[in-house]
Design a protein. Sequence first.
Lengths: 117, 277
Amino acid sequence: MTAVAFQRALDLVTRVRGVRGAMLVALGDGLVVAEHLMEGIKGPAVAALAASLANRLGRAMEAAGLGTGVFWHLQASEGALLVVPAASGILVVAVTDPAVNVGLVRLELLRAAQVVA
Amino acid sequence: MGEDVKALSAQLAQDPNSLVFLRLGEMLRLRGQLDAAHRVALNGLERHPHSADAHDLYARILADKGDFERAFDEWDMALRIAPIHLGALKGLAFLYFKVGDVAQAVAHLELAQREAPGDPGVVQALAMVRGGEAAGAEAELGLAPAPEVAQAAAAPMADSRVFAGLEGAAEGLLLLDSAGRVLGGTLRDPAGQDVSDAVAAYLAGVSQEAGRTAKLLGLGAWTGLAAEAGGGHVHLAQPTPDALLLVVRDRAVPMGRLAIVAERAAQAARRWLEQQA
């Protein structure tokens, strides 16, 4: 996988109106693989927490017999964090405004996940 | 207005296939005659199942009756039939706002505004939703129910239902504390095995992590965590700072509706926790 492919995946997500930034995170260790975030956001810390959150939720869903998670949406008063796991063990993460079109971002995250799979 | 209802009823009796039931049903709804409005809307829907306006009318009546889950379904159906249906967009915005999902409420109102830029109700509702004025926004959306109905809808769920919800094995509800201990509810896997403790253990600490993530990103306080998996949809809510509520439903349940179910369950859980304290 090349840096160009990673950038292409991030571009798919960040071009959606209302997306503040996006990053690719290794699910296993929570390290940033590639990022396109707004200035001032602590990418490594967010990546670690997002990966940890995804891991916990993933295990809980497996334990509940629901199978593998395909999309996570952390809703907050002033925005949201949307996550789609790729088959390669990379999480595609988007940080958005509160009024973003979640369905559209989800679609682009899924497309980006195919690019990095 | 009495004359109007009489006239419209006569018109409908003469031609049961006409769309006059839409006006009659809405008139009855505005008068607070919800049972009569319900009957008119259902009869109309039977004859016009593909009418987005009929689903919109039925949803308004259900919302007035406090049946928000079914109202959500009906507005959702209206949008499937007519993707930019103004009434359905306003209705869903109202429901999203009611459960605290301001982002979705605003998104639906913005779509409505694009469809009807001159609609003063939508403009006002957008301003009020953004400003957090619940009553004003509901009124602007034309969804404020009659006073007696509003009182009934705002009444808390019966305690028996709360306990059925929290302790019933088949409800897909699990209430846990921040340390991952089960406080109420039961969760079973598709094979029927009780997986409550295992799931609760994995979810320990999720509240804190969700809070820290949202804070680091400048997103404010987290209000919910929804997830899709191959075998179902889940929604996590925080009824109190020390508790977490997990709602699990089949994939057929739309995420928006799940958020509404979760909000109602969280309210029930909050009351239950207060009673236990």
